[in-house]
Design a protein around this ligand. Sequence first.
Ligand SMILES: C[S@@+](CC[C@H](N)C(=O)[O-])C[C@H]1O[C@@H](n2cnc3c(N)ncnc32)[C@H](O)[C@@H]1O
Ligand SMILES: [Zn+2]
Length: 285
Amino acid sequence: MERCVRPLTCPICHDGLTRKGNRLACPQGHSFDLAREGYVNLLPTNRRLPPTVGDSAEMLQARRRFLDGGHYAPLAARLPQVMQEWATTLNRAAPLTLLDCGCGEGYYGEWVRGALAGSGVCSFGMDVAKTAVKMAARRYPHTQFVAADVNGRLPFADQSIDLLLDIFAPRHAAEFGRVVSGALLAVIPRQAHLHSLRQALGLLNIEVDKAEKVVEGLRSYFQLAHTETLTFPLALTPSQLVDLIGMTPNGRHLSRTQIEAMAGSAPETEASFQILVLRHMKRDA
Ligand SMILES: C[S@@+](CC[C@H](N)C(=O)[O-])C[C@H]1O[C@@H](n2cnc3c(N)ncnc32)[C@H](O)[C@@H]1O
Ligand SMILES: [Zn+2]
């Protein structure tokens, strides 16, 4: 089946891309192969990103195993409900265009896409890690996945995105402001998130007032329209805990042996998230 392409733009000249067989091409003659799995690489070729940008294959595999275990399903199930409430207030013609930015292996975007599918949705996922978009494209055939860097110019046309998801992923206020025409849904871990685990295992802390700082960082373009918290208990086996730690930035600082050693003393803990809906200000009317 053909995935949506329409709002994608050329990373070199910023003209629109259209499908030409197994490639996407712009009118200026720049073209980009669609990989066998269906994703497209729009990362700049003239600028090498440091190897630490984006999640590693090990982190992505740990995240997929953990999410497949259903441990964060309460969050995944809540997102489409919040998104649907907002989709109905946006007054846009179907199909809605959805972008999951920093999509990882694609889990949350697929929950939201599935819920919007009945009324028509053009769905995209973007991540700087090629392994992420490859894993996502293999599993989710209805979404067009793109390798691109959120810190650069996003390969999407101005105001082309009705709903943008940013789940535990980096943000770029000016570019989100340029490409979004509707709302941005962001999820941020709260200080209570895995708190007892962080303390017991000496893991990285969560920034104080993180959600407020995110809202502040976006306020030139977006206005906070809705916020809610979601907290639920987590009781994990040692191997699930190894995956949970391995899928976060803690995974970079600890070896598997260290994580396995810690897992033996794992206390019960809770997941705690802040869900934010931010509405684009300049196009509210
Ligand atoms: C904590 S993970 C969250 C992944 C996914 N949203 C989820 O919750 O399962 C952060 C994601 O952001 C991606 N990322 C990090 N830096 C990025 C960048 N500069 N541009 C695009 N994606 C980036 C990572 O590769 C990773 O997949
Ligand atoms: Zn071009």
